[in-house]
Design a binder for this molecule. Structure first.
Ligand SMILES: Cc1cc2nc3c(=O)[nH]c(=O)nc-3n(C[C@H](O)[C@H](O)[C@H](O)COP(=O)(O)OP(=O)(O)OC[C@H]3O[C@@H](n4cnc5c(N)ncnc54)[C@H](O)[C@@H]3O)c2cc1C
Ligand SMILES: Cc1cc2nc3c(=O)[nH]c(=O)nc-3n(C[C@H](O)[C@H](O)[C@H](O)COP(=O)(O)O)c2cc1C
Length: 565
């Protein structure tokens, strides 16, 4: 039909085109042919898709799934499919049974859990009795292979929708932190299914995708580590400065770190197991010495129940499914022989990364990244214990090298320079706000800044006191309200200070201010939200439902943002 040179051109064009470009091209050629048959083509319309309407529902914590949902919707619209984007947080659960084409983009958080915003949807699909026979669906799961339960939430959504009778349009796609290319290929696959003229066929195998490059790991040097709490405090909060040139981050991002296990614990395990510390074993397709595995790779401090269950099978013993350290487990239920060490490694999980909100600004602290770390202390049977990573970080010494990555949080960004912000961040919740204020100070942003900070005692726990007071003096901080809970008989928290300033808080909100909350998810961020609702009711003269609508409106406009943990 075509000579070799034309054929080559066509093949190159097809190979370099995305699905929707090919569909457009198809329409274009059809139009040209019509024109050649005597009619002039009116418009270069794309081929009519076989599906007109889809829902793209995303569940996100840090904005990646939302970003992908928008990009997919834009692609779908280009080929004539009307794509409705919805946050799973606001999804009307009763609509689920009516859905015919349902695309879900969902990340995994916590220890294999769905994002908080997708929790209600998750519970709903796991409730009994739901039938989704009309539904054709696809699930794009975002995750991070450094975590033990990679893309678990997405896997569960995929399985559950299928169990309820829905038909897969395409197989589940799991994506690592460099998700863009995999997501694009998957979108193309979904569009292909939606634009075929017949009813969606059984899912074809996904095209092979490139091997994940993982996230960019930086190596930095510790410049400073200072305990911000004074003597007499119940707390230890470390301000850690890391020198790292060319680190690409923005205020609102977090620093991710994989802690190492305490050397003493590692040595005890090696001794109990009687393994050669230098002998190599395989873990996740790489070889490490037994020592390095136990020190840097494997979770050994507080095993999840699922690992204890797997160990019970390995040693063929009846072991209660509970959390325990590897050392205690090995002492109570010994491994039969050190030759079984590889089998033990196979059931152990990687140390999960921990995140710390960045407390510096690239504009104010060039070439550095700072974090604010509370050393986690708790007791078990009257024995004082420390959290693995915060304890590891608290031991940092000036000059030591540290590896980390940047966890982007596109859901927690400053507004335009001239917009006002209200920041509520007790305890380590201050971290991103130190970054925000330093950034606005360094860039001369015109918007007003109001900080609510709190902790236990003014004298010992006013984190970054000198800097904050300077910002108040120079006007970089327009307003500050402090809540030190233990300085008086009755407990005073940030939400009490918010309420006291209710009139002004409401006026700021009405005038377009954004509200940011950082720190503990519960109870702090819940109490703050309830107080905001009360303020809106009282000072906005609204009913309870109207106040909730007002808050939802703030969320939709990206003016009520949380970074809570
Ligand atoms: C987005 C985000 C931002 C964050 N920002 C900050 C920040 O700016 N500053 C900050 O300090 N933290 C921050 N965190 C929290 C931080 O990531 C860690 O969760 C925190 O430091 C605790 O980690 P850890 O490794 O020290 O404790 P872990 O070892 O993970 O222990 C956590 C808890 O598990 C239980 N536990 C652990 N071991 C045992 C055991 N052997 N026996 C019984 N119970 C046990 C205890 O209840 C303990 O408190 C943030 C978290 C997120 C998700
Ligand atoms: C606190 C925290 C816990 C996480 N836990 C997991 C996990 O258990 N499994 C996983 O695959 N990914 C985990 N991730 C990685 C996220 O799923 C990944 O960063 C994803 O791109 C986030 O998408 P989102 O911005 O749409 O929420 C975790 C991330 C964070 C911040």
């Amino acid at each position: 039909m075509l000579d070799a040179s034309k054929m080559k051109l066509v093949q190159e064009l097809v190979a370099g085109s995305q699905t929707e470009e090919l569909i457009w091209l198809n329409g274009y050629i059809a139009g040209l042919l019509d024109g050649k048959r005597g009619q002039q083509p009116q418009e270069l319309a794309p081929v009519k898709p076989s599906v007109n309407k889809i829902t793209i529902a995303f569940g996100t914590e840090t904005g990646n799934s939302k970003k992908l949902a928008s990009s997919f919707a834009a692609k779908a619209k280009k080929v004539g499919i009307n794509a409705k984007i919805v946050d799973l947080n606001q999804y009307r659960l009763n609509d689920l049974q009516k859905e015919e084409y349902f695309i879900s983009i969902v990340s995994t958080h916590g220890d294999g859990e769905p994002p908080a915003a997708a929790k209600k949807f998750f519970d709903h699909i796991h409730a009994n009795g739901l039938k989704l026979e009309k539904m054709n669906y696809g699930v794009l799961a975002l995750g991070d292979t450094s975590y033990p339960l990679f893309c678990k939430a997405g896997e569960q959504v995929d399985l559950q929708l299928n169990k309820m009778g829905a038909q897969r349009l395409v197989p589940l796609q799991k994506c690592d932190t460099d998700f863009e290319a995999d997501a694009e290929a998957w979108f193309d696959q979904v569009l292909k299914q939606l634009t075929t003229s017949s009813a969606p066929a059984a899912p074809a195998a996904l095209p092979a995708v490139k091997k994940s490059t993982g996230k960019k790991i930086y190596t930095g040097t510790v410049l400073a580590s200072v305990n911000l709490n004074d003597q007499g405090s119940n707390k230890e909060t470390y301000h850690i400065e890391i020198e790292a040139d060319g680190v690409d981050y923005l205020p609102g991002d977090a620093l991710g770190i994989i802690p190492e296990n305490p050397a003493r614990k590692v040595e005890s395990i090696i001794s109990v197991l009687d393994v050669d510390a230098d002998k190599k074993y395989r873990f996740r397709n790489e070889d490490y010495t037994a020592f390095d595995l136990l020190k840097k790779k494997l979770e050994i401090v507080y095993l999840p129940e699922r690992v204890v269950k797997a160990y019970a099978l390995l040693v063929n013993q009846d072991i209660p499914a509970t959390r325990i350290s590897l050392l205690d487990l090995l002492k109570i239920y010994p491994l039969k022989s050190s030759d079984d060490f590889q089998q033990l490694v196979d059931i152990l999980e990687p140390i999960a990364p921990r995140l710390y909100s960045i407390s510096s600004s690239p504009e104010a602290h060039t070439g550095e990244v700072h974090i604010t770390v509370a050393r986690d202390k708790f007791s078990v049977n009257d024995e004082l214990k420390f959290g693995l990573c915060s304890n590891y970080l608290s031991q940092f010494e000036v000059g030591q090298e540290v590896q980390f990555y940047i966890h982007k949080n596109n859901q927690f960004r400053l507004p335009e320079d001239d917009k006002d912000v209200i920041m509520i961040g007790p305890g380590t919740g201050i971290a991103p706000f130190r970054s925000f204020i330093a950034h606005r100070d360094a860039t001369g942003a015109a918007g007003k800044n109001w900080l609510f900070f709190g902790d236990q005692q003014f004298v010992t726990d006013f984190l970054y006191q000198t800097e904050i007071q300077n910002w108040v003096e120079t006007g970089s901080l327009s307003k500050i309200d402090l809540a030190f809970s233990r300085d008086q008989e009755e407990k005073v928290y940030v939400q009490h200070k918010l309420k006291k300033n209710g009139r002004e808080v409401y006026d700021w909100l009405k005038d377009g201010a954004s509200v940011y909350v950082c720190g503990t998810r519960e109870p702090m961020s819940v109490d703050v939200e309830n107080t905001l609702a009360e303020i809106i009711q009282t000072h906005g003269n609204k009913k309870q439902e109207e106040a909730i609508d007002f808050i939802n409106q703030l969320k939709n406009e990206g003016r009520y943002l949380k970074d809570v943990y």
